[in-house]
Design a protein around this ligand. Structure first.
Ligand SMILES: NC(=O)c1ccc[n+]([C@@H]2O[C@H](COP(=O)([O-])OP(=O)(O)OC[C@H]3O[C@@H](n4cnc5c(N)ncnc54)[C@H](O)[C@@H]3O)[C@@H](O)[C@H]2O)c1
Length: 437
């Protein structure tokens, strides 16, 4: 294990990390090394896509010997880094997480931890037994404003929390991109929507409820609208061939081609050309032949576009969560927390607390202090703060800096699995007890 080095105070050599999965998330987290080369160095990469691994190799000047097509070849080598960033697709989390933990690497694992409860437990067990730190990519825990909500609850501004209402507006074209045409559209290939998209939110609700045990959960949800039955008469199988795409809000021409024509090559355009940089030609080609050019009513999507979850925690605290595809806002969560002394509401920008005694409201926010690279990541700078915490934790050998560590994260993932079981089985689930239902 590294010597305690206190990043921010005295300096030692940078934390050496290996990136497994050099896609969007792997590349994004790796930027931390460009912003803080004195704190982190990317020394290895594994990705079967040549374009992705070469891009990361060039960005971070990684030695040829440390560039791999797959991660098992790294496990076979002597340990050559302090930590690993596991940013592979959802179904490829468990094996590398367990293998790297057993090899003594500290692990940053993208959410969801894994796609089954058993695999999540196995990951936590492997990290605990190996004595390595685990950070799960629950980036919202590191968003300064969202963190402020917890600080205000803990300071007692709303008194005893009685009820939490939380909305995740996914965004109409974001949903079409990721959950109808893209990587998270089909449960067998990735995971169900509540796990893929909303494990962040269930984790926050559990956290705000004081990380107390959830006693009962129920859930309903469905695939609305994005089905073959809703395909308009005359629509084609691909948007570039469609004579009526002008009337479709989900037209791939509007979502991707119009953006690249305006010079926008960031997300979601950046995702659709897997082997090249996006430009008008490569985006047009991707829409002609790839998954993102398909009619949204002709895809193999089966994940819920709207889902609700009701929870009762120990002590009678209740919570109601909604995830909706059909929204103007993209992922700007809205929350209200009702307590015995006041009401706290968060609109995705700032926090307002109304005090029942004084009948006055106060507004709160929190400075982000995020370098430009990271504020462009789509999580309001939270990715930067997650990396800041993980790298400091490794450098200082101090797991207390990690907000999304193994214990609480495992509990909130279990709650997600119970909620989905409720939806599928159409009944209330008594958490943690398969026989009581
Ligand atoms: N924390 C968040 O808010 C957040 C946001 C988006 C995605 N995610 C999660 O992050 C993970 C990665 O998502 P992404 O958007 O970067 O996807 P992506 O498709 O852009 O990247 C995944 C990469 O993994 C590579 N890969 C596949 N098999 C591999 C293997 N055996 N070894 C090494 N690399 C392999 C792929 O080639 C690809 O480059 C997913 O689990 C996703 O759910 C988390």
């Amino acid at each position: 294990m590294r010597q305690k080095s206190s990043q921010g105070a005295g300096m030692s050599s940078p934390v050496r990390v290996i990136v497994v999965g050099a896609g969007s998330r792997g590349e994004n987290y790796s930027q931390f090394a460009s912003v803080h080369p004195e704190r982190m160095k990317v020394v290895g990469v594994a990705d079967p896509r040549e374009f992705a691994r070469k891009k990361l190799q060039q960005q971070h000047d990684i030695e040829d010997d440390n560039v791999f097509e797959d991660w098992p070849r790294i496990i076979a080598r002597e340990k050559f880094a302090d930590a690993v960033l596991i940013c592979t697709p959802d179904r490829l989390h468990k094996e590398p997480a367990v293998a790297f933990a057993k090899r003594g690497y500290h692990v940053l694992l993208e959410k969801p931890m894994a796609t089954t409860a058993e695999d999540c437990k196995e990951i936590v067990e492997a990290c605990t037994q190996s004595g390595v730190m685990l950070t799960v990519g629950h980036v919202l825990r590191y968003d300064p404003v969202i963190h402020k909500i917890k600080e205000l609850i803990d300071a007692g501004v709303v008194g005893d929390v009685a009820h939490i209402q939380h909305l995740e507006p996914v965004g109409f074209y974001h949903f079409a991109h990721s959950f109808v045409r893209g990587n998270w559209r089909n449960e067998a290939e990735s995971s169900f929507a509540l796990l893929a998209k909303s494990c962040h939110d269930i984790d926050l609700i559990h956290h705000w409820a004081g990380a107390r045990r959830c006693v009962k959960v129920s859930s309903f949800g469905a695939v609305s609208h994005f089905t073959k039955e809703n395909k308009p008469a005359g629509a084609a199988g691909r948007c570039l061939d469609c004579s009526i795409e002008g009337n479709c809000p989900y037209s791939a021409s509007k979502i991707y081609l119009d953006r690249v024509k305006r010079g926008h090559v960031g997300w979601p355009v950046s995702v659709i050309c897997s082997d090249s940089l996006p430009d008008i030609e490569s985006v047009t080609q991707a829409l002609r032949t790839g998954p993102y050019g398909r009619c949204v009513y002709e895809c193999d999507n089966d994940v819920c576009s709207n889902q609700v979850v009701n929870m009762e925690f120990e002590g009678g605290v209740t919570a109601a969560f909604s995830m909706v595809a059909f929204t103007e806002e993209l992922c700007k969560r809205k929350t209200t927390i009702y307590g015995s002394k006041g009401e706290l509401s968060y609109d995705g920008h700032e926090i307002r607390v109304f005090d029942f005694l004084t009948q006055k409201s106060t507004k709160h926010t929190a400075p982000s202090d995020t370098p430009v690279h990271f504020s462009m990541s789509g999580h309001g700078g939270a990715d930067y703060h997650l990396m800041d915490a993980f790298i400091s934790a490794v450098a200082n050998n101090d797991a207390s800096l990690i907000r999304s560590g193994p214990e609480e994260t495992l509990l909130s993932h279990m709650l997600v699995f119970d909620a989905e079981r409720s939806r599928l089985e159409g009944r209330v689930i008594y958490c943690g007890d398969a026989n009581h239902s």
